[in-house]
Design a protein around this ligand. Structure first.
Ligand code: NAG
Ligand code: NAG
Ligand code: NAG
Length: 279
């Protein structure tokens, strides 16, 4: 009888532990490089705000510091930095109380005259990649673009687009505006395209879709359980109470002092209990 409620508790705990919620970090303005003095807003877009997501960063000076802890102004699960300094360059991410982490974003703050604007999030294979070389005052000057230290080409208006990127386009990019100077380098990562979504109509739904559905169902169950802890605890308490009420006779007879000779004669069952007590 006790085992059933124990099983229920275990079931509940395992369901609760599967609700490791997720968050993704977004940055506004969406650029991997910023000029010194620009303001920036970083948000943890979470699916469960109760998980307590906070923004953290690693810089060359300190690691794993939290927004508000010497830098930034926290506002819920967002963080605003009103004056970006080159020392604010680093990797930023969201972290929940349980230690789950979001995607991370590299931000470089330049004290120089030129920045390269590249996507903060990985680019998916087959998509277009646009890089933008600019100064504080002008965004359409001719610029030279470099990848992994090698010159690619000069773009007359400072924008370079690479169509249908492949994994080989991943690398460290920078640009140079001859009248002003060079930008810091930024890493652009290219992620593999999920194979099932590439042909829009032809291929039938692959096993991935079924696992997606399964994932969805699990999440739904998780959320239902999370949103009704009251119902669950009430259920457990009621079932425990009923067991106690139902099992009242048995435990009492177990703790009874050994019955007298007369009582033993009355009931065969009590006889068994007392013999057990003698072991
Ligand atoms: C931040 O720094 C810590 C300590 O050096 C390291 O373990 C961690 O992986 C870093 N995080 C990121 C996202 O780079
Ligand atoms: C951040 O930059 C480092 C080196 O520049 C690179 O190895 C890493 O993959 C980058 N992280 C992200 C999330 O782009
Ligand atoms: C940037 O352009 C200027 C002028 O063309 C040149 O002197 C300088 O060497 C270039 N920098 C790099 C890193 O190529």
């Amino acid at each position: 009888m006790e085992e059933t409620s124990l099983l229920w508790l275990l079931f509940l705990i395992s369901l609760l532990s599967c609700t490791t919620s997720q968050a993704s970090l977004t940055v506004s303005p969406s650029s991997s490089q910023l000029f010194e003095g620009q303001s920036v807003s970083l948000s943890c877009e979470e699916d469960d705000s109760s998980a307590g997501w906070t923004l953290r960063r690693n810089t060359t000076r300190k690691t794993r510091t939290q927004c508000g802890d010497g830098w930034g102004r926290p506002a819920g699960s967002s963080c605003k930095i009103s004056y970006m300094d080159p020392l604010d360059s680093g990797v930023y991410w969201c972290e929940s109380r349980e230690g789950a982490t979001s995607n991370s974003i590299n931000i470089t703050v330049s004290g120089g005259p030129v920045i390269l604007q590249s996507p903060v999030l990985p680019v998916m294979e087959g998509e277009d990649l646009t890089l933008h070389c600019k100064t504080k005052t002008s965004s359409n000057l001719p610029a030279d673009f470099y990848k992994d230290g090698s010159f690619i080409r000069t773009e007359p208006a400072g924008h370079m687009t690479i169509h249908h990127v492949s994994r080989s386009d991943e690398g460290l990019y920078k640009c140079n505006i001859s009248s002003d100077g060079e930008s810091p380098p930024s890493w652009v990562s290219v992620t593999e395209k999920p194979t099932t979504t590439s042909p829009p109509t032809s291929s039938p739904p692959a096993p991935e879709t079924t696992s997606d559905h399964l994932h969805l169902v699990i999440r739904l169950v998780c959320h239902l359980v999370v949103f009704c802890p009251y119902c669950i605890s009430t259920f457990i308490m009621v079932s425990l109470y009923r067991q106690r009420a139902a099992g009242n006779d048995l435990p009492v007879s177990m703790v009874m002092t050994p019955p007298t000779q007369a009582e033993m004669g009355l009931d065969e069952d009590y006889d068994d209990v007392t013999t057990e007590h003698h072991f």
